[in-house]
Design a binder for this molecule. Structure first.
Ligand code: MTE
Ligand code: MO
Length: 322
């Protein structure tokens, strides 16, 4: 879970009094109660939600910000209504280009900017983009954005605004710190210290191909013999087609078994039965490939925000004496 300011006070998100306002460049502005949401068709989508700073700690030179390694990502089944259905009910005006999203959470000090984001109308109108009120079949938990959050499948989580209260259709991207300064990524390679022109920084949007090793864990001691290596892999708006592992620090690679059905936007589990020969230290690597031929690189391009890390995952273990 990741929140800039923590959840809103309970009275701001009480289902009995909570309202969702849709205004701006629409024919008919809407104000909806929580019960009004049931008037729209209910849909579900399984999707990864990943912070764009996930893996920031692996960038060299190091980048300020929360030093996430692997944990700022999850995968869940989200249920709610299509954002598109709501926007169509309100009727978009012809100059509608961006949808601004704002939640009920507030910074502790008035001088700290609000968490306000926007997404282009194309993503807002995508049939898989939903306003979710359930997670894995249960009511959306408070810390995941109850009563209602955006799920923009395939996109980085900073678009997935929690505790939603205000949707505003506008011609321009949202202004403010979290859109104009934070979560922007250079469109060409940069070096630490470079001055980057504003037009060379674009908002972080789609996720990129990535895999993680979940077992064995970093620093663990494992038996000599058969060991199950397993993890997950996902990409943005495509599908994972293969995951390879190396147990000799990248000299040789072997394909893993992809588990279950591959669903769009969801992560795919993978397994590899490793016949270890010890004793001694070993380095396990994992490398995912998606259906667009995107392959995880050894390291990701350095950038001042430390975003979009998708370098090949690396876990060091020690094989015990037989
Ligand atoms: N209202 C609101 N929504 C928010 C945030 C926030 O601070 N406030 N943080 C965003 C960021 S940066 C991330 S990574 C995801 C985290 O979602 P999760 O806590 O459900 O994992 O929520 C996003 N939505
Ligand atoms: Mo994030």
């Amino acid at each position: 879970m990741r929140s800039h300011f923590g959840p809103p006070p309970p009275d701001r998100i009480d289902k009995a009094t909570w309202r969702l306002a849709l205004s701006g460049l629409v024919e008919h502005p809407l104000i909806l109660t929580f019960d009004d949401l049931s008037k729209f068709e209910e849909v579900s989508v399984t999707s990864v939600v990943q912070c764009s700073g996930n893996g920031r700690a692996f960038h060299r030179p190091t980048v300020p910000g929360v030093q996430w390694e692997r944990g700022a990502v999850g995968n869940a089944r989200w249920t709610g209504i299509r954002l598109r259905d709501l926007l169509r009910r309100a009727g978009l005006k012809s100059n509608a280009r961006h949808l601004q999203l704002q939640g009920a959470d507030r910074p502790v000090a008035a001088t700290v900017p609000l968490f306000v984001r926007s997404i282009p109308v194309e993503k807002a109108l995508h049939p898989d983009t939903i306003l979710a009120y359930r997670m894995n079949g249960a009511p959306l938990p408070l810390l995941h954005g109850a009563p209602l959050r955006l799920i923009a499948p395939g996109w980085m989580a900073d678009a997935c605004v929690k505790w939603l209260t205000d949707l505003t259709v506008q011609e321009e991207e949202a202004t403010g710190y979290y859109m104009e300064t934070a979560y922007r990524h250079p469109i060409r390679p940069v070096r630490p210290g470079d001055v980057i022109a504003p037009q060379d920084l674009k908002p972080v949007e789609a996720m990129i191909v990535k895999s993680l090793i979940a077992q064995p864990q970093q620093g663990s001691t494992i038996p000599s013999g058969k060991v199950m290596v397993q993890g997950v892999a996902w990409t943005g708006e495509g599908r994972i087609v293969r995951v390879d592992v190396s147990t000799d620090d990248g000299q040789t690679w072997e394909p893993t078994r992809l588990v279950g059905e591959g669903a769009p936007y969801a992560w795919r589990q993978w397994q590899f039965l490793w016949q270890t020969q010890g004793p001694g230290p070993r380095t396990i690597l994992s490398r995912a490939t998606d259906d667009r031929g995107q392959v995880q690189p050894m390291t990701s391009p350095w950038n001042p925000g430390g975003f979009l890390w998708n370098g090949i995952d690396r876990v060091q273990v020690r094989i015990r004496e037989a």
